[in-house]
Structure formats: C-alpha cells, structure tokens
Unconditional design. Sequence first.
Length: 246
Amino acid sequence: MRALVTFVICLEMVSGAKLPTDIEKCRYGDGNCIKNTINQLIRRYPKGLPKLGISPFNDFRPGDLQLFQAPQVGSMWLNFKLINQVISGCENATVTHVSGFQRDPTKAKLEIGLRIPRLVHRSQYNMQLRWLSMVQTNTTGPCYAEFQNVSLTLNLKVIVRYRQEKRYLKIYELMPQLELGRFFLELGDLYQHNLDLTLAVNRVYRENWLELWNDIEPKVLPSFSRSGVQLLNNIFDTLSYDDMFL
Ligand SMILES: *[C@@H]1O[C@H](CO)[C@@H](O)[C@H](O)[C@H]1NC(C)=O
Ligand SMILES: *[C@@H]1O[C@H](CO)[C@@H](O)[C@H](O)[C@H]1NC(C)=O
Ligand SMILES: *[C@@H]1O[C@H](CO)[C@@H](O)[C@H](O)[C@H]1NC(C)=O
C-alpha cells in the first residue's frame, strides 16, 4: 500500500502540478491578466489548493512570533511572544497591480500590490515584564489585533532552478511595504486581578494606535515577510514557472 502511494506521488511529481482549468493562464509579463488571474484564484478557492501548495486564504497560520526578547537582567526588561497565530481576511484580498513576470523572471522587478479591507489576527500572548524592580509578571492571555484598509506591496527577488527541464522560482528576498488605515490591539487578562487596569491599558493602545503600530511594525514585518516567503515558495516549488503561463 505504502509503495503504491509513494509510486502515485512520484508519478504526480514527474507529470508536474497544473493550474486548475477554470483559471485563465496569461502571457508572460501581462500584468493586467496576471492580476485578474490571482483575483480569480482567491475568489474561487478561498480554502486554497493543497495540490498546488496554496494554503487557505481565510486561515493563515504563521509560526510563533517573538516580538521582544530582552536578557532578564537589570531593572527593566520585556519578553513578549505570540503563539498559535491565526490570520483571517486574506480571502477578501484584491490584487491591485502586478509588474514583472517576464519570460525571464529575473529580468524585471517583480512587484505585487494588494488591498485587504480587514485582517483579523488572533493569537495567545505570553509576556514577562520587570519594571522599576517591582513589577514582575508572567502573563498569558488572548491577543486580538485588527488591521483595517491594508495596502500591501510585495517586492520579490527570485532565482530560477531547473527540475525535469522546467523552471521553478525560489524567492530569496521579500520586501513588504505596508500602509494601514487603522490598527487595533487588545490584550486580554493583562492584569488577572485587575480588570479595570486591563481595560485602561487597552484603551491607551486604542487611542494611540499609530504610535503603537510604529513601535511594533519593525518587529512584526520581518517575521510576516518570512512567513510570506515560505507561503509563496510552497507554490513556486510545486507549480513550475513554465506551467503558470501560456
Ligand atoms: C470577508 O468578506 C466577507 C464577505 O464580505 C465578510 O463576511 C467577512 O467578515 C470578511 N472577513 C474579514 C476578516 O473581514
Ligand atoms: C511563564 O509561564 C509559561 C506558561 O504559563 C511557562 O512555560 C514559563 O516557563 C514561565 N516563565 C517564567 C519565566 O516564569
Ligand atoms: C477604509 O476605506 C474605506 C473606503 O475606502 C473608507 O470609507 C474608510 O473610512 C476607511 N477606514 C479607515 C479606518 O481608514
């Protein structure tokens, strides 16, 4: 049985993964067509296409994220980690522009622009804080974050690898640029014995969302861009560049 399964998997690998027939293929470099095709793919397959390495758009689960990690010495330090992250809302993303993707993909700059009306990020946080030699906590609780009116531009740098005489892309760098309409963060159970204080701190976050976002963006973006590279490389590793286009 196992041998048979392995055999079938090998056959599939040799024959190569193909785009579904209801998805329009484009000519190399036709940014407008590629844009429409990706939008079709997102609309028709919100749960992704496991055969092509495409994960669900409505349920993106990046790995754990260590936001702050300070050595536990001195009078002030902060460790902050997000675990079990689940992001929804990518199923409502719209690709707004695509450039590059010429016959030789390394020739021109690869850029994909996206708009996402609302991204909801749910996770569990774990925080250790020491402040003024007095406050020391090991707190864990639910973390809820929401990003509204997200404009995302992805700049990709790729290399081309050959397998069975077909070209496969591999991303070695992804530089995201992010613009936000609004950012919203809520940490539950922040002070387990003081709900008022928890609410007050969350109110401060809400009222100062821009400053808060500016502080954490440099920590968050590289981590999400690593997840994005992984996500896209799963696709590029499954579907050859030659099979993506006419
Ligand atoms: C995505 O769009 C659907 C339909 O408009 C909506 O019900 C859903 O709440 C949206 N998802 C998010 C995370 O905003
Ligand atoms: C904090 O709590 C977590 C789980 O509640 C535990 O795994 C961790 O060892 C604790 N860390 C410290 C420094 O007490
Ligand atoms: C988000 O965009 C919509 C439509 O462009 C706009 O009406 C709304 O005010 C924006 N909201 C935020 C928080 O930027």
